[in-house]
Write a protein that binds this ligand. Sequence first.
Ligand code: GRF
Length: 202
Amino acid sequence: MKNIAVFASGRGSNFSAIVKAVKSGKLRARLSLLVCDNSKAAVLGKARKNKVRIALVKREDFSSKQEFEDGIIKNLRENKVDLIVLAGFMRILSREFVRAYSGRIINIHPALLPSFKGAHAIKDAFEYGVKVTGVTVHFVDEKTDHGPIILQDSVRIMPKDTLMALENKIHKIEHRLYPQAIGLFIKGRLKVKGRKVEILKS
Ligand code: GRF
C-alpha cells in the first residue's frame, strides 16, 4: 500500500475529503502524515481527531529555507512517503525539493489553469467576470501552478452567484476531484509525456 503525505497550512477541507476517501476504502492508500507549517491551522485538529500523524514544521524554527525543507524531507523519509499531496500549503517548495520528489508531488488549484494562477484564484475569476471556472489537479514542477495537468473540472458562474456561493461550488468539486486524482496515481494509471498526462485504462 502506498504512503501519502498531505501538506496543508489552513482549514483542511481537502484533507478531510482525503481522510474520508481512505476510511471508506474508495482510496486504497495509507494517509501516513500531515505536514503543516502553521500551529494555528484548523487542519491540525482534523488530523488529531482522525489519528493521522502530524509533522508540524514551522519556517521560523529553521535558519534557512533549505534547513526547513530538510526537516520536512526527514519526516517524509521516516514515513516512507510515496506521494506528496499539496492541499492549501502556503509555501513555495524550492527547485531542489521538487527535484528530490519529481513526479511524486501533486497540487490542487481552484481555477482552470493556466488561468488565474496564484493565491486568490476563486476571487480573481469571480471579479474578472468569467462565466466558467473550475478546479485543476496537476503535478508540481519548478514553476508555480504550472506542472502537467492530471484532471480538471468546470463550474458555471451564474448571475445570481455570490463569491461565497462560487467558493462552495469550487470546494465541492475539489473534494471529489482530489481523491480521484490520488487514486489514479496510486494505481499507476498516470503516464506523463512532456506536458501531457495520459490516463491509462484500469
Ligand atoms: C483549496 O481551495 C485549494 O484549491 C487551494 O487551497 C485551498 C485549501 O482549502 N490550493 P482547504 O484547506 O483544503 O479547505
